[in-house]
Write a protein that binds this ligand. Structure first.
Ligand SMILES: NC(=O)c1ccc[n+]([C@@H]2O[C@H](COP(=O)([O-])OP(=O)(O)OC[C@H]3O[C@@H](n4cnc5c(N)ncnc54)[C@H](O)[C@@H]3O)[C@@H](O)[C@H]2O)c1
Length: 397
């Protein structure tokens, strides 16, 4: 029987539920060197976290993350809280010798992300691993996109076109949840969903963003205050309004280190678009396009084919030969959002079990944070061109 890794998870709402589903499933689907055991979940409200533990399948619950991090019978801390607590929890967990999986964006600022990288580097010397949870990388179609780039099928990448479109705050009466508060979320659409397309495009192209010119907008500047238990299904509590302190939309032009030019758009005001994460790459030999709302498919155009046969073709990414798909269902039997998290846990357990560093590392996630920071600074200076330093230079500094 494989070795056990005892998991402690902090936060039990949206991501807590998605991660729990994945921890429950991962060893039933994949053959791995270590087995996840769901030991304890942490939240701030005793009765709610107790109910969540039962619902999500955790053996125990606690209301004190420090106590969880200090326990000898916990090997992994899984951080599923808003960004304002990522740094404090992850740094304490790494110092206590726990492997850490931290939700994205890694932190609310570059300084916090740098401190997390330093903690991860110190822990790494003792074989302690860390990873940031950019789950969209683990969509099989996105992994195929990367394979097409790596194998040269697209040639030289000229264009990267990425959007992440949602519409859940179009209604000005939607309350001021934590995602609309800078001190909790760091930024708005930029850090919440823009971070995903920054990571995904850097991952599929293998190229780093080197500079940006950005603008951001906050369309609704004041919103009703939310009830205490505010998640995405929040309601106004009737006690007044407060200021929205983050961007509602962030748009930017970028250059990548391999010479490609790129456009990015992240917004929660794209009426009718629910989770419209789309990436298209145009290269000298071909193009590829991905849309998460059709996540089992990829569009591929191969200009080396005879001219009479050229055209975008639809690849149904459900064959056992496709990344992650060997363990799921027969070809054509589609997978969904939750599977990206099962894949994330698979890669994490595989890396920890075999003693290698998982990716995206905290350094990779600092790289995303540096792009977000450059976008914010560019937008604040009338879209001035703003360079993005490599994360590794930042670590060495
Ligand atoms: N990978 C993805 O696709 C994805 C999607 C959504 C959110 N996220 C990220 O996941 C993180 C959590 O977002 P969410 O949507 O799950 O938020 P949420 O509001 O649904 O849940 C947050 C949870 O954290 C708990 N919490 C907050 N502060 C805490 C503290 N100090 N101690 C203990 N528990 C605390 C809350 O009680 C709640 O259970 C954020 O970093 C967010 O950016 C990632």
């Amino acid at each position: 029987m494989s070795r056990e890794l005892r998991i402690g998870m902090i936060g039990y709402a949206f991501m807590g539920a998605a991660h729990s589903q994945a921890w429950r499933t991962v060893n039933r689907v994949y053959d791995l060197p270590v087995r996840a055991r769901m030991v304890a979940v942490c939240g701030r409200d005793e009765s709610k976290v107790a109910a969540a533990a039962v619902r999500l399948g955790w053996e125990e619950h606690t209301t004190d993350w420090r106590e969880l991090v200090a326990r000898d019978d916990i090997d992994v801390i899984d951080v599923c809280t808003p960004g304002d607590s990522h740094a404090e929890i992850a740094i304490a967990a790494l110092a206590a010798g726990k492997h850490v999986l931290c939700e994205k964006p890694l932190a609310n600022s570059v300084d916090e992300a740098r401190a997390m990288v330093a903690a991860a580097e110190r822990a790494r010397a003792a074989g302690v691993r860390s990873m940031c949870g950019f789950n969209y990388r683990r969509t099989p179609a996105a992994a195929v996109m990367r394979q097409l780039v790596e194998s040269g099928r697209l040639g030289v990448i000229r264009h990267v076109r990425a959007v992440y479109l949602q519409d859940w705050i179009v209604d000005p009466q939607f309350p001021l949840v934590w995602r609309l508060q800078k001190e909790k979320a760091g930024s708005g659409a930029l850090g919440d969903i823009g971070a995903h397309i920054v990571d995904l495009t850097q991952f599929v192209t293998g190229q780093r963003i080197t500079g940006v010119s950005a603008l951001t907008e906050t369309f609704v500047k004041e919103r009703p205050l939310p009830s205490a238990a505010a998640g995405l299904a929040a309601e106004a509590d009737g006690s007044g309004t407060g200021p929205v302190t983050v961007d509602d939309a962030a748009l930017f032009l970028a250059r990548l280190e391999g010479g490609a030019v790129a456009t990015y758009e992240a917004t929660r005001f794209a009426t009718g678009r629910k989770n419209g994460l789309r990436v298209e790459l145009n290269g000298s030999l071909g193009s590829v396009a991905f849309d998460f709302e059709r996540m089992n498919e990829l569009e591929f155009y191969d200009s080396t084919q005879p001219i009479q046969e050229q055209g975008f073709r639809r690849i149904l990414v459900t064959e056992p030969e496709h990344p992650y798909m060997e363990a799921w269902w027969p070809p054509g039997h589609a997978i969904g959002y939750e599977h990206t998290f099962t894949h994330e846990m698979r890669d994490f357990l595989e890396a920890v079990g075999t003693g290698v560093d998982p990716t995206p590392s905290f350094v990779d996630a600092l790289g995303v944070q540096l792009v977000l920071d450059a976008v914010t600074r560019s937008a604040e200076s009338d879209s001035a061109w703003t360079s993005v330093a490599p994360a590794l230079e930042q670590v060495a500094a």
